[in-house]
Design a protein around this ligand. Structure first.
Ligand code: 1HN
Length: 358
Protein backbone atom coordinates (compact mmCIF):
# COMPACT_ATOMS: atom_id res chain seq x y z
CA UNK A 1 0.00 0.00 0.00
CA UNK A 2 1.41 3.34 -1.01
CA UNK A 3 1.74 5.89 1.76
CA UNK A 4 1.49 9.56 1.40
CA UNK A 5 4.61 11.70 1.09
CA UNK A 6 4.26 13.15 4.55
CA UNK A 7 3.84 9.72 6.18
CA UNK A 8 6.84 8.44 4.21
CA UNK A 9 8.82 11.37 5.51
CA UNK A 10 7.80 10.49 9.08
CA UNK A 11 8.78 6.84 8.53
CA UNK A 12 12.18 7.87 7.17
CA UNK A 13 12.65 10.11 10.17
CA UNK A 14 11.66 7.25 12.50
CA UNK A 15 14.39 5.02 11.03
CA UNK A 16 16.98 7.76 11.42
CA UNK A 17 15.96 8.39 15.01
CA UNK A 18 15.99 4.66 15.79
CA UNK A 19 19.54 4.44 14.49
CA UNK A 20 20.83 7.40 16.46
CA UNK A 21 19.08 5.95 19.54
CA UNK A 22 20.90 2.58 19.11
CA UNK A 23 17.72 0.69 18.28
CA UNK A 24 16.77 -1.62 15.40
CA UNK A 25 13.33 -2.83 14.42
CA UNK A 26 12.86 -6.59 14.12
CA UNK A 27 10.77 -6.16 10.96
CA UNK A 28 13.76 -5.04 8.89
CA UNK A 29 16.02 -7.96 9.93
CA UNK A 30 16.85 -10.51 7.24
CA UNK A 31 16.48 -14.27 7.73
CA UNK A 32 20.14 -14.73 8.80
CA UNK A 33 19.27 -14.31 12.49
CA UNK A 34 16.50 -16.88 12.35
CA UNK A 35 17.23 -19.43 9.61
CA UNK A 36 14.79 -22.31 9.22
CA UNK A 37 17.60 -24.60 10.36
CA UNK A 38 21.19 -23.96 11.52
CA UNK A 39 23.22 -22.19 8.82
CA UNK A 40 26.75 -22.39 10.28
CA UNK A 41 29.60 -20.11 9.34
CA UNK A 42 31.83 -22.92 10.65
CA UNK A 43 33.24 -25.00 7.79
CA UNK A 44 33.71 -28.74 7.63
CA UNK A 45 37.51 -28.83 7.59
CA UNK A 46 40.55 -31.04 8.23
CA UNK A 47 44.13 -30.63 9.49
CA UNK A 48 46.52 -33.44 8.55
CA UNK A 49 48.90 -34.92 11.09
CA UNK A 50 51.90 -34.60 8.75
CA UNK A 51 51.37 -30.84 8.51
CA UNK A 52 50.59 -30.41 12.20
CA UNK A 53 53.60 -32.34 13.47
CA UNK A 54 56.05 -30.85 10.96
CA UNK A 55 55.09 -27.29 11.97
CA UNK A 56 55.06 -28.17 15.67
CA UNK A 57 58.58 -29.58 15.34
CA UNK A 58 59.75 -26.41 13.61
CA UNK A 59 58.19 -24.34 16.39
CA UNK A 60 59.90 -26.66 18.89
CA UNK A 61 63.29 -25.75 17.41
CA UNK A 62 62.66 -22.03 17.01
CA UNK A 63 60.32 -20.90 19.78
CA UNK A 64 61.26 -21.17 23.43
CA UNK A 65 58.78 -21.44 26.27
CA UNK A 66 59.00 -18.39 28.50
CA UNK A 67 57.14 -17.17 31.48
CA UNK A 68 54.38 -15.11 29.83
CA UNK A 69 54.57 -16.90 26.47
CA UNK A 70 53.82 -20.08 28.34
CA UNK A 71 52.65 -22.66 25.83
CA UNK A 72 53.86 -23.97 22.46
CA UNK A 73 50.36 -24.36 21.12
CA UNK A 74 49.28 -24.28 17.46
CA UNK A 75 45.56 -23.62 17.37
CA UNK A 76 43.46 -24.88 14.52
CA UNK A 77 41.70 -22.01 12.76
CA UNK A 78 38.36 -22.78 11.19
CA UNK A 79 38.36 -20.70 7.99
CA UNK A 80 34.67 -19.86 8.43
CA UNK A 81 35.20 -17.91 11.65
CA UNK A 82 36.80 -14.70 10.43
CA UNK A 83 40.38 -15.41 11.48
CA UNK A 84 39.79 -16.16 15.16
CA UNK A 85 42.00 -19.02 16.46
CA UNK A 86 38.92 -21.18 17.06
CA UNK A 87 38.16 -24.58 15.55
CA UNK A 88 34.41 -24.03 16.14
CA UNK A 89 32.45 -21.08 17.63
CA UNK A 90 32.51 -22.83 21.03
CA UNK A 91 35.65 -24.99 20.99
CA UNK A 92 39.39 -24.54 20.85
CA UNK A 93 41.39 -27.33 19.20
CA UNK A 94 45.17 -27.27 19.13
CA UNK A 95 48.30 -29.32 19.01
CA UNK A 96 50.83 -28.73 21.78
CA UNK A 97 54.52 -29.61 21.58
CA UNK A 98 56.86 -29.88 24.56
CA UNK A 99 60.53 -30.74 23.96
CA UNK A 100 62.41 -33.20 26.15
CA UNK A 101 63.36 -31.61 29.51
CA UNK A 102 61.08 -28.63 28.97
CA UNK A 103 58.49 -27.29 31.38
CA UNK A 104 55.45 -25.13 30.69
CA UNK A 105 54.82 -22.85 33.69
CA UNK A 106 51.69 -22.87 35.83
CA UNK A 107 48.55 -20.83 35.41
CA UNK A 108 44.78 -21.14 35.62
CA UNK A 109 41.85 -19.81 33.63
CA UNK A 110 38.09 -20.03 33.64
CA UNK A 111 38.14 -21.92 30.33
CA UNK A 112 38.01 -25.67 30.93
CA UNK A 113 40.56 -27.82 29.11
CA UNK A 114 41.43 -31.40 28.24
CA UNK A 115 44.57 -32.98 26.79
CA UNK A 116 44.43 -36.07 24.62
CA UNK A 117 47.93 -37.54 24.35
CA UNK A 118 49.22 -38.42 20.88
CA UNK A 119 52.93 -39.05 21.21
CA UNK A 120 55.59 -39.45 23.90
CA UNK A 121 56.03 -40.65 27.48
CA UNK A 122 57.70 -39.33 30.59
CA UNK A 123 55.62 -36.17 30.84
CA UNK A 124 53.10 -35.15 33.45
CA UNK A 125 50.56 -32.38 33.75
CA UNK A 126 50.22 -31.17 37.32
CA UNK A 127 46.61 -30.18 38.11
CA UNK A 128 46.12 -28.59 41.53
CA UNK A 129 49.19 -30.43 42.79
CA UNK A 130 48.31 -33.83 41.30
CA UNK A 131 51.03 -34.81 38.78
CA UNK A 132 49.20 -36.81 36.14
CA UNK A 133 51.45 -39.05 34.05
CA UNK A 134 50.64 -38.89 30.34
CA UNK A 135 50.67 -41.74 27.82
CA UNK A 136 49.25 -41.93 24.30
CA UNK A 137 45.46 -42.30 24.26
CA UNK A 138 45.03 -40.94 27.80
CA UNK A 139 42.55 -38.12 28.44
CA UNK A 140 43.58 -35.61 31.11
CA UNK A 141 41.25 -32.94 32.49
CA UNK A 142 42.12 -29.41 33.54
CA UNK A 143 38.72 -28.21 34.77
CA UNK A 144 37.91 -24.52 34.99
CA UNK A 145 40.10 -22.49 37.37
CA UNK A 146 42.44 -25.42 38.25
CA UNK A 147 46.17 -24.61 38.38
CA UNK A 148 48.10 -26.50 35.72
CA UNK A 149 51.64 -26.84 34.38
CA UNK A 150 53.44 -29.42 32.24
CA UNK A 151 56.79 -31.15 32.84
CA UNK A 152 58.61 -33.31 30.30
CA UNK A 153 61.39 -35.27 32.02
CA UNK A 154 62.08 -37.50 29.03
CA UNK A 155 64.63 -36.95 26.26
CA UNK A 156 61.96 -36.83 23.56
CA UNK A 157 59.28 -34.39 22.51
CA UNK A 158 55.74 -34.85 23.68
CA UNK A 159 52.74 -34.07 21.45
CA UNK A 160 49.13 -33.80 22.54
CA UNK A 161 45.80 -32.36 21.46
CA UNK A 162 44.33 -29.52 23.56
CA UNK A 163 40.55 -29.10 23.66
CA UNK A 164 39.08 -26.09 25.48
CA UNK A 165 35.79 -24.22 25.79
CA UNK A 166 37.72 -20.94 25.50
CA UNK A 167 35.72 -19.59 22.50
CA UNK A 168 32.50 -20.02 24.49
CA UNK A 169 33.99 -18.34 27.57
CA UNK A 170 35.32 -15.57 25.32
CA UNK A 171 31.91 -15.05 23.72
CA UNK A 172 30.28 -14.99 27.15
CA UNK A 173 32.91 -12.44 28.27
CA UNK A 174 33.52 -14.57 31.34
CA UNK A 175 37.27 -15.15 31.08
CA UNK A 176 39.69 -14.79 33.99
CA UNK A 177 43.37 -15.74 33.84
CA UNK A 178 46.07 -15.90 36.52
CA UNK A 179 49.72 -16.95 36.31
CA UNK A 180 50.93 -19.26 39.07
CA UNK A 181 52.39 -17.02 41.75
CA UNK A 182 56.07 -17.03 42.83
CA UNK A 183 57.40 -20.31 41.41
CA UNK A 184 56.85 -21.39 37.84
CA UNK A 185 55.64 -24.85 38.83
CA UNK A 186 53.29 -25.92 41.60
CA UNK A 187 54.54 -28.18 44.36
CA UNK A 188 53.62 -31.75 43.47
CA UNK A 189 51.54 -33.47 46.20
CA UNK A 190 51.93 -36.85 44.49
CA UNK A 191 51.41 -38.63 41.19
CA UNK A 192 48.02 -39.75 39.82
CA UNK A 193 46.19 -38.95 43.06
CA UNK A 194 42.73 -38.53 41.53
CA UNK A 195 43.12 -41.89 39.81
CA UNK A 196 44.14 -43.57 43.08
CA UNK A 197 41.04 -42.14 44.80
CA UNK A 198 38.42 -42.42 42.05
CA UNK A 199 39.81 -44.61 39.28
CA UNK A 200 37.70 -47.71 39.82
CA UNK A 201 34.16 -46.31 39.86
CA UNK A 202 34.35 -45.97 43.64
CA UNK A 203 34.78 -42.83 45.76
CA UNK A 204 36.24 -42.41 49.22
CA UNK A 205 33.66 -41.74 51.96
CA UNK A 206 34.34 -38.51 53.80
CA UNK A 207 33.40 -34.90 53.30
CA UNK A 208 36.89 -33.61 52.48
CA UNK A 209 37.34 -35.77 49.40
CA UNK A 210 33.77 -35.15 48.20
CA UNK A 211 34.48 -31.42 48.00
CA UNK A 212 36.65 -31.91 44.94
CA UNK A 213 34.89 -30.41 41.90
CA UNK A 214 36.05 -32.81 39.19
CA UNK A 215 37.14 -35.83 41.18
CA UNK A 216 38.78 -37.91 38.45
CA UNK A 217 41.27 -36.05 36.28
CA UNK A 218 42.53 -38.85 34.03
CA UNK A 219 40.92 -41.52 31.87
CA UNK A 220 43.47 -44.11 30.69
CA UNK A 221 43.51 -45.52 27.18
CA UNK A 222 43.87 -49.05 28.55
CA UNK A 223 40.37 -48.67 30.07
CA UNK A 224 38.88 -46.97 27.00
CA UNK A 225 40.32 -49.71 24.79
CA UNK A 226 38.81 -52.45 26.98
CA UNK A 227 35.35 -50.83 26.99
CA UNK A 228 35.39 -50.32 23.22
CA UNK A 229 36.54 -53.91 22.62
CA UNK A 230 33.70 -55.17 24.83
CA UNK A 231 31.16 -53.10 22.90
CA UNK A 232 32.43 -54.42 19.57
CA UNK A 233 32.37 -58.01 20.91
CA UNK A 234 28.81 -57.52 22.13
CA UNK A 235 27.76 -57.01 18.53
CA UNK A 236 28.23 -53.30 18.04
CA UNK A 237 29.43 -51.95 14.77
CA UNK A 238 30.36 -50.44 12.45
CA UNK A 239 30.46 -47.82 15.22
CA UNK A 240 30.58 -48.08 19.02
CA UNK A 241 31.30 -45.26 21.41
CA UNK A 242 31.91 -44.32 25.02
CA UNK A 243 31.60 -41.04 26.85
CA UNK A 244 33.95 -39.82 29.59
CA UNK A 245 31.86 -38.94 32.65
CA UNK A 246 32.28 -37.52 36.13
CA UNK A 247 32.11 -40.68 38.28
CA UNK A 248 30.41 -38.91 41.20
CA UNK A 249 27.59 -37.29 39.26
CA UNK A 250 27.37 -39.21 35.99
CA UNK A 251 27.40 -35.91 34.11
CA UNK A 252 29.94 -34.82 31.53
CA UNK A 253 33.57 -34.90 32.69
CA UNK A 254 33.78 -31.24 31.57
CA UNK A 255 30.43 -29.42 31.86
CA UNK A 256 30.68 -27.44 28.62
CA UNK A 257 31.83 -30.08 26.13
CA UNK A 258 31.52 -33.80 25.75
CA UNK A 259 34.55 -36.08 25.59
CA UNK A 260 33.88 -39.26 23.65
CA UNK A 261 35.75 -42.07 21.99
CA UNK A 262 34.49 -44.07 19.05
CA UNK A 263 35.72 -47.30 17.54
CA UNK A 264 34.92 -47.90 13.89
CA UNK A 265 35.25 -51.38 12.47
CA UNK A 266 35.63 -51.82 8.72
CA UNK A 267 33.01 -53.45 6.53
CA UNK A 268 30.14 -51.00 6.38
CA UNK A 269 29.30 -47.33 6.56
CA UNK A 270 27.33 -45.70 9.40
CA UNK A 271 24.02 -44.07 8.47
CA UNK A 272 24.29 -40.27 8.26
CA UNK A 273 23.42 -38.43 11.47
CA UNK A 274 22.78 -34.73 11.99
CA UNK A 275 23.25 -33.18 15.43
CA UNK A 276 22.85 -29.64 16.68
CA UNK A 277 26.28 -28.52 17.83
CA UNK A 278 29.87 -28.72 16.67
CA UNK A 279 32.02 -31.85 16.73
CA UNK A 280 35.79 -32.15 16.50
CA UNK A 281 37.21 -35.57 15.56
CA UNK A 282 40.78 -36.57 16.34
CA UNK A 283 42.00 -39.79 14.73
CA UNK A 284 43.93 -41.62 17.43
CA UNK A 285 44.37 -44.83 15.45
CA UNK A 286 43.48 -46.28 12.08
CA UNK A 287 42.16 -44.76 8.88
CA UNK A 288 38.91 -44.26 7.06
CA UNK A 289 36.53 -41.88 5.38
CA UNK A 290 33.81 -39.56 6.61
CA UNK A 291 31.25 -37.73 4.52
CA UNK A 292 30.26 -34.37 6.00
CA UNK A 293 27.40 -32.67 4.14
CA UNK A 294 28.45 -34.35 0.89
CA UNK A 295 32.16 -33.61 1.26
CA UNK A 296 34.49 -36.59 1.54
CA UNK A 297 37.28 -36.55 4.14
CA UNK A 298 39.90 -39.32 3.92
CA UNK A 299 41.66 -39.45 7.28
CA UNK A 300 44.58 -41.19 8.93
CA UNK A 301 46.18 -41.36 12.35
CA UNK A 302 46.69 -37.92 13.91
CA UNK A 303 44.36 -36.03 11.54
CA UNK A 304 41.74 -33.68 13.01
CA UNK A 305 38.46 -32.84 11.27
CA UNK A 306 35.38 -30.80 12.12
CA UNK A 307 31.67 -31.30 11.53
CA UNK A 308 29.60 -28.11 11.94
CA UNK A 309 26.17 -27.97 13.53
CA UNK A 310 23.46 -29.96 11.73
CA UNK A 311 25.86 -31.33 9.09
CA UNK A 312 25.03 -34.87 7.98
CA UNK A 313 27.95 -37.09 9.04
CA UNK A 314 28.66 -40.71 8.14
CA UNK A 315 31.83 -42.73 8.67
CA UNK A 316 33.53 -45.81 7.29
CA UNK A 317 36.78 -47.33 8.51
CA UNK A 318 39.29 -48.75 6.05
CA UNK A 319 41.11 -50.30 9.01
CA UNK A 320 39.88 -50.41 12.60
CA UNK A 321 39.95 -46.86 13.91
CA UNK A 322 39.64 -45.04 17.24
CA UNK A 323 38.39 -41.45 17.10
CA UNK A 324 38.51 -39.10 20.08
CA UNK A 325 35.68 -36.56 19.82
CA UNK A 326 34.81 -33.35 21.62
CA UNK A 327 31.47 -31.66 21.01
CA UNK A 328 29.43 -28.84 22.49
CA UNK A 329 26.34 -31.08 22.81
CA UNK A 330 26.22 -30.59 26.64
CA UNK A 331 25.59 -26.87 26.10
CA UNK A 332 22.77 -27.61 23.66
CA UNK A 333 21.27 -30.14 26.07
CA UNK A 334 21.54 -27.80 29.05
CA UNK A 335 19.67 -25.16 27.07
CA UNK A 336 17.07 -27.61 25.80
CA UNK A 337 17.97 -26.94 22.15
CA UNK A 338 19.68 -30.22 21.25
CA UNK A 339 18.25 -32.15 18.30
CA UNK A 340 19.53 -35.04 16.26
CA UNK A 341 18.24 -37.17 13.43
CA UNK A 342 19.44 -40.17 11.48
CA UNK A 343 18.90 -40.02 7.72
CA UNK A 344 17.45 -42.98 5.79
CA UNK A 345 19.90 -42.90 2.89
CA UNK A 346 23.61 -42.47 2.45
CA UNK A 347 24.77 -39.14 1.09
CA UNK A 348 26.00 -38.49 -2.39
CA UNK A 349 29.69 -37.55 -2.43
CA UNK A 350 29.71 -34.14 -4.04
CA UNK A 351 33.37 -33.25 -3.47
CA UNK A 352 36.56 -34.36 -1.73
CA UNK A 353 38.28 -32.19 0.86
CA UNK A 354 41.72 -31.01 -0.23
CA UNK A 355 42.50 -28.04 1.97
CA UNK A 356 42.12 -24.57 0.59
CA UNK A 357 41.72 -25.93 -2.95
CA UNK A 358 38.44 -27.59 -2.06
C1 1HN B 1 46.35 -23.57 27.89
O1 1HN B 1 46.45 -23.13 29.14
C2 1HN B 1 46.95 -24.76 27.52
O2 1HN B 1 47.68 -25.26 29.68
C3 1HN B 1 46.81 -25.22 26.22
O3 1HN B 1 48.42 -26.48 28.10
C4 1HN B 1 46.11 -24.52 25.28
C5 1HN B 1 44.82 -22.59 24.70
C6 1HN B 1 44.25 -21.40 25.02
C7 1HN B 1 44.35 -20.90 26.30
C8 1HN B 1 45.03 -21.60 27.26
C9 1HN B 1 47.73 -25.55 28.52
C10 1HN B 1 45.51 -23.31 25.63
C11 1HN B 1 45.62 -22.83 26.93
Amino acid sequence: MAVGASVQHEIDQLYLDLETSDLQPLWTQGPALQPFQPAPRTKAWMWEWETLVALAQRAGKLITIDRGGDRRVLSMVNPGLGGLPFITPTLWGAIQYLNGHEQAPGHRHTAGAVRFVLQGEGTWTTVNGDAIDMSPGDLILTPSWHWHDHTNESDDAMVWFDGLDLPLVYMLEAGFFEPYPVEELQPVRGHNLSEKLYGNGTAPIGPEERDVTAPLLVYRYTHSDRRLSALVEMGGGPLVGIEFLNPLTGSNAIPTFSNEMYRLVPGSRTMPVRKVGNSVFLVFKGSGTSIVDGKRFDWRQGDVFVAPSWAAVEHEASEQADLFVISDRPIMQALGIFRSETLDDHQEEVSTFSGHDS
